[in-house]
Write a protein that binds this ligand. Structure first.
Ligand code: CAA
Length: 378
């Protein structure tokens, strides 16, 4: 066991921390209010090497592992979970290409993302199904050497903006998960359009879309894995990408704790700083307990991924635990700030709005408990 970061990891963490302080924290509130994705941050992240770092070296990328990706994630989410979701959801779009694709497909779809700032997306959920992912209604029909896609996807981060979108579709609606296929759809495919979803509670700097496919044609070479592999590619992807959600949650909780410490030292009541009251101290202590515990859990899950070991159980625990822990930290952060916590002048209200989504996307926390308990009982 060794809990120390190596020199490269420390540098990476510092790079992400500096980037967050300089490029994200100053604009986070503005873009949250405007409900707009700050594209300049994506470009700057690309310039410094923080965008799509998991793209392997054989496709021209850095080939960072999950542990390193999560180190970056905790720092960026500290500044803004919405902006982090833009970067994280791109990794979510890249993961199924890495899992189900050949090296030729890695190069064809991912090398362009190493040449200029660009995003990927992952399209699984639909207007009428989310948790029951195998029950998808989007269809893919083979016509000669092309797949023809029809249907609607919902709640897609980076949807419509991404250069490549991995779309999960069914070849037979009665066929369940065995009839699913994963297809890579380029941004400019004719018949592919999107509608931005507005008025989200939080994470408003990230673009969330409804995707519409009307006779969208992609060549057969855009199919990842075999026919019927779509669902398993999606599940293997989520087993990995739930870990960065956990890491981002720890970043949010750390922000809630640090903002609360600052406020509690400044704010006086009954003739002394509120930090001197045990009621406040215990809230801070609870936050620290959660952050330290959560970080160990996401780091363990990420380490398992990098070791090539099974990690679905740990990833589900990390995602559920860290998002709920961070929700509580943000909630208590508001409580410590009192009335000031309830308005946008202080950052804690945004933390609560943002972190709520971490309990829902990439599988609700109820689904995480399904995954955990199935592992226990199998
Ligand atoms: N890895 C590999 N294979 C898996 C797997 C995994 N983690 N989980 C299941 N499978 C396999 C099973 O072994 C089984 O294969 P066989 O038929 O060969 O035995 C097959 O897949 C079907 O498995 P289940 O019967 O267990 O599947 P299920 O229909 O009961 O579903 C579920 C299981 C866990 C509930 C799954 O549907 C699920 O994870 N749902 C949540 C979906 C989700 O997380 N959506 C998030 C969307 S992404 C997002 O939020 C986007 C964003 O923009 C941020």
């Amino acid at each position: 066991m060794d809990f120390t970061l190596n020199d490269e990891q420390r540098q990476l963490q510092q790079l992400a921390r500096d980037f967050t302080r300089k490029e994200i924290i100053p604009i986070a509130s503005e873009y949250d209010q405007k409900e707009e994705l700050p594209w300049q941050v994506v470009e700057k992240a690309f310039e410094v090497g923080l965008l799509n770092p998991s793209i392997p070296e054989h496709a021209g990328g850095l080939g960072l592992g999950m542990f390193d990706e999560c180190l970056i994630g905790e720092e960026i989410a500290y500044g803004c979970m919405g902006i982090y979701t833009v970067l994280m959801a791109s990794e979510l779009g890249i993961a199924p290409i890495l899992i189900g694709g050949t090296e030729e497909q890695h190069r064809r779809f991912l090398t362009p993302l190493t040449e200029k700032a660009g995003l990927a997306a992952f399209a699984l959920s639909e207007p009428n199904n989310g948790s029951d992912a195998a029950a998808m209604g989007t269809t893919a029909v083979l016509d000669g050497d092309e797949w023809v896609i029809n249907g609607t996807k919902m709640w897609i981060s980076n949807g419509g903006l991404a250069e490549v979108t991995v779309v999960f579709a069914t070849t037979d609606k009665q066929g369940g998960h065995k009839a699913t296929v994963a297809l890579v759809v380029p941004k400019d495919a004719p018949g592919f359009s999107y509608n931005k979803i507005k008025h989200k509670l939080g994470q408003r700097a990230s673009l969330t879309s409804e995707l519409v496919f009307e006779n969208v044609r992609v060549p057969r070479e855009n199919q990842l894995g075999g026919l019927g592999d779509g669902f398993k590619i999606a599940m293997k992807t989520l087993d990995k990408t739930r870990i960065p959600v956990a890491a981002g949650s720890v970043g949010i909780a750390r922000r809630a704790m640090e903002e609360s410490i600052k406020y509690a030292k400044d704010r006086a009541a009954f003739g002394r700083p509120i930090a001197e009251f045990q009621a406040i101290q215990f809230k801070l202590a609870e936050m620290a307990i959660g952050i330290e515990t959560g970080r160990l859990m996401y780091q363990k899950a990420a380490w398992l991924v990098d070791q090539g070991q099974p990690h679905g159980f740990e990833s589900a625990i990390a995602k559920a635990y860290c998002s709920e822990m961070a929700f509580n930290a943000a909630n208590e952060g508001i409580q410590i700030h009192g009335g000031y916590g309830y308005v946008a002048e202080y950052p804690v209200e945004k933390l609560l709005r943002d972190v709520k989504l971490n309990m829902i996307y990439e599988g609700t926390n109820e689904i995480q408990r399904v995954v955990i308990s199935r592992n226990l009982l199998k």
